[in-house]
Ligand binder design. Sequence first.
Ligand code: UD1
Length: 339
Amino acid sequence: MRVLVSGGAGFVGSHTVVQLVAEGHHVLVVDSFVNAKPSVVARIEALTGQPLDVRAFDLTDRDRTERLFAEESIDAVIHFAGFKAVGESVERPVDYYENNLGTTLSLLRAMEKHGVTTLVFSSSATVYGADAPVPMREELPTSATNPYGWTKVMQEQIFRDAAVADPALRIALLRYFNPVGAHPSGTMGEDPAGIPNNLMPFIAQVAVGRREKLGIFGGDYPTVDGTGVRDYIHVEDLAAGHIAALHRLTQADEPISVWNLGTGQGTSVLQLLRAFERACGRELPYEILPRRAGDIAESYADPTRANAELGWRATRTIDDMCVDTWRWQSQNPHGYPDA
Ligand code: UD1
């Protein structure tokens, strides 16, 4: 297939691109490089052994997007592009709505005009909102607690409405739990700008000496050890889930398919920290801080539907996730090079 990958230079996108190329697909990446460094492209090419077709532009540019679809033959779209920092979304809500909804609307318009019907969308378990029971199932109602989360809920709704108007569409809404880990080569991984918002990159930066200690947001949750519990999923398993979804869509009877991508296993902050200590071979300093606003005690998937319908399963363990993250972080203490 000729697959357009939006946000293909990002964390989940880059790992998915490598797997798509390995499977023999022709990949066309579009990325604005607002949150990704161009040097990731050489890393992808080194792993695939072939040049990557990359177009640097912002998909909110409708005319530019439309021109791309006019010039290239595209069979399917995997749509990763989007802003994803919760705190920033509270401070810059209009940017989040404009970017995350704008890219999706441009893509849908161009797809409609050029007869492209297949799309895999990066949604998030954040659409289950604040009070969802665990394990989380796809049937739960959706809601959000911040503008970033609302953009995911709204994008899902836009796809559902588009599919009512055009029943030929085949769209997968993939609800990711907590993507972590890195490519086993150590050459690709997560490279957040500034102070990491998410737990795994923060721990990795403590281990490599860029941060003094981990602050744990809350030690009094009703969980196994008082710290928050999440469903961490290795980015390589997550990438494989996209390819399984793409294949499944070609035989899907319904326009919209919703699949949780998670392991089904919950891991606490302290359990993840201990696993990382095993991976890097030393103790890591931490302190317990007050809870972070908007956090929930426990989030983990019921992945039964994806397991059954996609023939896909997350296989990598928490130790695999920490070993691979540490290989990436220790080999690239400051992430991807600037030049
Ligand atoms: C966060 C977002 C979520 C988004 C996801 C992926 C919030 C409230 N939620 O999920 O919407 O889809 O990232 O980008 O931001 N923790 C610490 N110390 C840290 C960082 C995190 O103790 O420095 C704890 C958190 O309290 C939580 C766990 O680690 O219990 C995981 O946090 P994080 O990696 O930010 O993921 P989520 O909060 O699950």
